[in-house]
Design a protein around this ligand. Structure first.
Ligand code: 6PG
Length: 227
């Protein structure tokens, strides 16, 4: 499990952002496709990343997952990414649609088509950022949910009964197409799951990390405590 361990969340944010900035800059080709993680951990990383002087005009940001809420909702991953990164840089940002008359998988199917247009001629995502929940989920691929089994789609609606909600998520086959996957994981609450992923336990994070996409875990010492 390729891992870089930082002293704490502040160093993870600062030095992790530098790690990401270097990979965005080094990406070949005229445009760079970057999938953004949701949740709370990435916010501090994004605030550091936006300070880097990159050629942002060539970057296409999109979301590795989204909650089924309006764009301006406090729980929206897109809203978090916009507030902490996108609003400060001149990159493009592709977000899944939300409307009260839309079903989650209708929106996911439309986003799937948009992502395929963004990655023509089998162009792979250059970099996809992910987090990990206390239950070992990543993106919105939660344990025992249907999205874990989906083939043939890049993005799907996923009913998460444990949260009594719907999510939109990248699928495992799509994440496995990436040129690089980077997990951002912080805090003692993740230590047990980090150790289980390192042990190869069958968790959504393990299934994503152990595929063909080169994967690196950027974690802090608290999350690494049981390695
Ligand atoms: C989401 C995420 C999810 C997140 C993990 C970790 O929509 O919540 O994309 O996969 O990355 O739950 O979240 P924290 O960083 O808040 O611990």
């Amino acid at each position: 499990m390729p891992t870089i361990t930082y002293e704490g969340p502040d160093q993870l944010a600062r030095d992790g952002a530098t790690y990401l900035a270097e990979r965005i800059s080094a990406a070949p080709g005229p445009r760079v496709s970057v999938g953004l993680a949701g949740g709370s951990t990435p916010a501090a990383v994004y605030r550091q990343l936006r300070q880097h002087d990159l050629n942002w005009e060539r970057v296409d940001f999109w979301l590795s997952d989204e909650r089924w809420v309006p764009w301006n909702h406090s729980e929206s991953n897109g809203n978090m990414a916009y507030a902490n990164l996108i609003a400060a840089v001149s990159a493009r940002f592709l977000r899944p649609r939300w409307a009260p008359w839309l079903e989650p998988d209708e929106s996911a199917a439309h986003y799937d088509a948009e992502l395929r247009s963004l990655h023509p001629r089998d162009h792979a995502p250059d970099l996809v950022l992910l987090g990990m929940g206390d239950d070992g989920h990543t993106a919105s691929l939660f344990p025992d949910t249907k999205a874990l089994q989906v083939q043939g789609r890049w993005f799907v609606g996923n009913e998460v009964r444990s949260l009594k909600t719907w999510r939109l998520t990248a699928t495992i086959p799509f994440l496995h197409r990436a040129n690089q996957l980077v997990f951002l994981i912080s805090g003692a609450s993740k230590a047990e799951m980090v150790a289980r992923v390192a042990n190869g336990d069958d968790l959504p994070t393990t299934r994503v990390a152990n595929g063909p996409a080169p994967t690196t875990f950027l974690i802090d010492r608290a999350a690494a405590a049981k390695l």
